[in-house]
Design a protein around this ligand. Structure first.
Ligand SMILES: [Zn+2]
Length: 391
C-alpha cells in the first residue's frame, strides 16, 4: 500500500508519470484533486459524484470541523461512503491553509499568489496584523463566536476520523506579505509540528498516508532547507504548500528548488494550485498531484473551460452549439446548447451551474489524462504549447 511506481520520465525536464497505490484506488499521476470543501461540491449532489471521471478528491479538514460535519462522516463509516466515492482516492488537508486565509488573506483580501510587486508594496509588510493566535502549541481562532483550536494532534485526530487515503501534516501556510524572518520562524515551527504529526499518526500508517508539507515561501534558502528537513522524514509522500512569489516563472522555479531535494521515488502534491499554466509548470518540475477550486468555482461564475480557451457564458449571438463539441461530459454529449444554459442561469435554475460544473470537471480530467499520455509519448512540450496558445 502507498507504493509509488514511476512509469515514464521526460528527458530535459523533471516530468514523470506514475501510479500511486492508495487503499481505495490506484491513481495515475499527474492528477488533480477536485476540492469538496465541506465533503460536498456546491452544485452537485454527492449521489452523482461517482458518475464523474475524476479519480481524486480533497476535503478541507477546517470546514468539516467548524461546520461539525465530522460526526456525520463517522456515522456513515468514513468519507468514502459519506461521499459515495468508494473507488476514488480522497485526501484531506491539515486545516493549516485556513490559518492563512482567515488571518492575513482575509485581512488583505489576497490569495497565495500576489498579482504584482506593486500590490505587495501598496499593502506593506506587517507581521503583527494576524488576528489568529499562533503559538508553538498550535492555533487558536474563533468560528461563529466560538473559540476553536487546531494543532498537530487535533488535526491528525480529525483527519483520522474523516478517514481519507491521504492526509497532510499540520502546517502554517505563510503569506507573501510576511517578512523573511517570520517565514523562517514559521517554517521551523512547521517542521516541529511535522514531528508531532508523525507521532500522533502512529498506528494509522497502513490505512492513511501522512504527507509532510514543505513551506518556506518564495525564498530559495528556506525552500531548500524545508525540502531537506521534510524530505528526510519517513513518510510516504510530500505536500508543497505556501506562496511562490510573484515573478512570471516563480512557481516553476520555487517548486524546482524543492523537487531537486525531495526523495525522487515518493509522490509530491502541490497544494491549492490548478491554473492550467501552473499545472504544466508544476509537472515540468516533478509534481505528481495537484488540487484546486478553479473547475468548480469558475463554473459557478459562468466560466467554462474548453480546448480553445475559457468561454464566459453571457448573451451571445450564436448560442446554438454545446459548450465544446469535442467534450464527452453529460452536457456536451446531450448537446445542451449554450442558450439553454443561459436561460437556466437567468431563471436561477440550478441546472445551469450543475452542468457547467460537470463540464469543467470533465475538462480537467481530460487535461490530466492528456498530460499523462504526453509524458509517456514524449509529446509533453507540444501539448504545453497547444494549451499555452489559449491559456
Ligand atoms: Zn462538456
Amino acid at each position: 500500500m502507498f507504493s509509488f511506481d514511476i512509469k515514464a520520465r521526460l528527458s530535459h525536464s523533471k516530468a514523470r508519470s506514475g501510479i500511486f497505490d492508495t487503499p481505495h484506488r490506484k491513481i495515475r499521476t499527474p492528477e488533480l484533486a477536485i476540492v469538496a470543501t465541506d465533503a460536498q461540491l456546491k452544485s452537485l449532489p454527492n449521489e452523482m459524484l461517482h458518475e464523474l471521471p475524476n479519480p481524486y478528491f480533497i476535503v478541507n479538514t477546517y470546514h468539516t470541523y467548524t461546520k461539525e460535519i465530522i460526526p456525520n462522516i463517522e456515522k456513515r463509516g468514513g468519507i468514502h461512503t459519506y461521499m459515495g466515492l468508494e473507488d476514488r482516492t480522497i485526501a484531506t488537508d491539515s486545516g493549516g491553509f485556513q490559518v492563512f486565509s482567515l488571518g492575513f488573506g482575509r485581512k488583505h483580501k489576497i490569495g497565495k499568489i500576489l498579482p504584482s510587486k506593486e500590490q505587495y508594496l501598496a499593502i506593506g509588510e506587517d507581521d503583527s496584523a494576524n488576528p489568529i493566535q499562533i503559538t508553538e502549541e498550535g492555533v487558536k481562532f474563533e468560528f461563529d463566536g466560538k473559540p476553536l483550536e487546531l494543532n498537530p494532534e487535533i488535526s491528525m485526530d480529525l483527519q483520522h476520523k474523516i478517514g481519507a487515503d491521504i492526509m497532510m501534516a499540520f502546517d502554517e501556510c505563510t503569506s507573501p506579505l510576511n517578512s523573511y524572518a517570520y517565514i523562517k520562524e514559521s517554517m521551523e515551527r512547521t517542521h516541529r509540528w511535522l514531528d508531532r504529526s508523525i507521532e500522533a499518526h502512529k498506528g494509522h500508517e497502513h490505512r492513511q498516508a501522512l504527507f509532510g508539507v514543505v513551506q518556506g515561501g518564495e525564498y530559495e534558502d528556506l525552500r531548500k532547507r524545508s525540502a531537506s528537513v521534510v524530505g528526510s522524514k519517513d513518510v510516504p509522500g510530500f505536500g508543497i504548500g505556501g506562496s511562490f512569489g510573484d515573478f512570471k516563472e516563480a512557481l516553476g522555479t520555487t517548486v524546482g528548488w524543492v523537487t531537486d531535494i525531495l526523495p525522487d521515488e515518493k509522490p509530491r502534491h502541490l497544494l491549492g494550485i490548478g491554473k492550467i499554466r501552473d499545472i504544466f509548470a508544476g509537472v515540468e518540475n516533478g509534481v505528481d498531484l495537484f488540487d484546486c477550486v478553479i473547475p468548480t468555482r469558475e463554473a459557478r461564475h459562468r466560466m467554462l473551460y474548453t480546448k480553445k480557451g475559457r468561454l464566459y457564458l453571457r448573451k451571445l449571438k450564436h448560442l446554438d452549439d454545446p459548450i465544446d463539441p469535442q467534450c464527452s461530459c453529460f452536457a456536451c454529449k446531450e448537446k445542451i446548447p449554450l442558450h439553454q444554459l443561459w436561460d437556466w442561469f437567468l431563471a436561477y435554475d440550478s441546472r445551469a451551474t450543475t452542468y457547467m460544473t460537470i463540464h469543467n470537471l470533465w475538462f480537467y480530467a481530460q487535461l490530466m489524462q492528456e498530460i499523462r499520455e504526453s509524458i509517456e509519448q514524449k509529446t509533453f512540450f507540444q501539448l504545453k504549447e497547444t494549451y499555452y496558445k489559449y491559456y
